[in-house]
Design a protein around this ligand. Structure first.
Ligand code: APR
Length: 260
C-alpha cells in the first residue's frame, strides 16, 4: 500500500476529553446543504415558515411551467418583486462562515436550494445551485445559454431574449420540473463521498434535495442540523443546533476550524 495516501478517517465530533469538539482536517470531506432558512436573517422570506411565500401566494399560480404559460406577466411581476426583495439583502454571518470554510478546507462542496445568490455574494465559489438562480434568465426557445441580469426593477415585463426576441423566463426550477442533471449528479456524488454534512435552514420536505442527507448517512457521514425548528432529519442527525444559522454556524465553525 506504499505511496497510496491513507483514506481520510470518518469525522467524529468527539475531541480530546475536556478539549471541546474535534477540529476538522483540511482534508475532511465536507458537504453543506442549505435552504431558505440560512437567508432568513438577511431578510429573504422563507417558503413555509411564518411569513413564508407559500403562506401568502399559491405556488401553482406562480412557480410552475403551467402558470408561466397561462400568465407570463403575472409570474414575472412576482419574480421582479422577489428580485427587488432579495436585491436589498446582504449575506449574513452564516453565509460568510461557509465562504471561510470553503477557503480552509480542500474537499468542500456547498449545495443550495436557494435561488437568491447570497452564497456567491458572500464569496463562496464551489456552489451547486440545485434550483437555479433568480438573477439569471433564459430563453424559452433556448436559442442561447442562460445569462445574468441583475437589473432591478426589470425595465420590461415580461423580459425578452436579447438574441431572438422570444419570451425569457427566470433560470430557476419550478415545481414539476427536473433539476439540472449535471448539478444534481454532482450534488449526489459529493453527498455519497462526504464524511460530514451540515444541513442548514431547510424544512427537508422538497425532493430530491431532501434525499441528499440520507445518501450521506447511508455512506457513513456524520450529519449536523442547524435549524430553530425540528425537521424530518432531526432524529437522524448526530448533532442538532436548534438555533438561527447566523448565530450557530459561525460558532460551530470557529470551534472546529483546522488549526483552530
Ligand atoms: N436559521 C436556520 N434555519 C431557519 C432560520 C434561521 N434563521 N429561520 C427559519 N429556518 C428554517 C425553518 O425552521 C424551516 O425549517 O428554515 C427552514 C425553511 O424551510 P422552507 O421555507 O420550507 O424552505 P426550503 O427548505 O429551502 O424549501 C425548499 O421548496 O419552495 C421550494 O424551491 C423552493 O428551494 C425551495 C424548496
Amino acid at each position: 500500500m506504499h505511496g497510496q495516501s491513507e483514506p481520510d478517517p470518518p469525522y467524529s465530533q468527539e475531541g480530546q476529553p475536556g478539549r471541546g469538539p474535534a477540529a476538522l482536517r483540511r482534508s475532511t470531506r465536507v458537504v453543506i446543504l442549505t435552504g431558505a432558512g440560512i437567508s432568513a436573517e438577511s431578510g429573504v422570506p422563507t417558503f413555509r415558515g411564518p411569513g413564508g411565500l407559500w403562506r401568502s401566494y399559491r405556488a401553482e399560480d406562480l412557480a410552475t411551467p403551467q402558470a408561466f404559460r397561462r400568465d407570463p406577466e403575472l409570474v414575472w411581476q412576482w419574480y421582479d418583486w422577489r428580485r427587488s426583495v432579495v436585491g436589498a439583502c446582504l449575506p449574513n454571518a452564516a453565509h460568510r462562515a461557509l465562504a471561510d470554510m470553503e477557503r480552509a478546507l480542500d474537499d468542500f462542496v456547498l449545495v443550495t436550494q436557494n435561488v437568491d445568490g447570497l452564497h456567491r455574494l458572500a464569496g463562496s465559489r464551489r456552489v451547486l445551485e440545485l434550483h437555479g438562480n433568480i438573477w439569471r434568465l433564459r430563453c424559452t426557445l433556448e436559442c442561447r445559454p442562460p445569462w445574468d441580469d441583475r437589473r432591478d426593477p426589470l425595465p420590461e415585463i415580461p423580459p425578452r431574449c436579447p438574441a431572438c426576441g422570444a419570451l425569457a423566463r427566470p433560470d430557476v426550477v419550478w415545481f414539476g420540473e427536473a433539476l439540472p442533471g449535471e448539478v444534481l449528479a454532482a450534488a449526489m456524488d459529493a453527498s455519497r463521498r462526504c464524511a460530514l454534512m451540515l444541513v442548514v435552514g431547510t424544512s427537508a420536505l422538497v425532493q430530491p434535495a431532501a434525499s441528499l442527507p440520507l445518501l450521506a448517512l447511508e455512506n457513513g457521514a456524520h450529519l449536523v442540523e442547524i435549524n430553530p425548528q425540528a425537521t424530518p432529519l432531526s432524529r437522524l442527525a448526530g448533532e442538532v443546533l436548534r438555533e438561527p444559522a447566523a448565530r450557530a454556524l459561525p460558532r460551530w465553525w470557529a470551534e472546529r476550524r483546522p488549526g483552530g
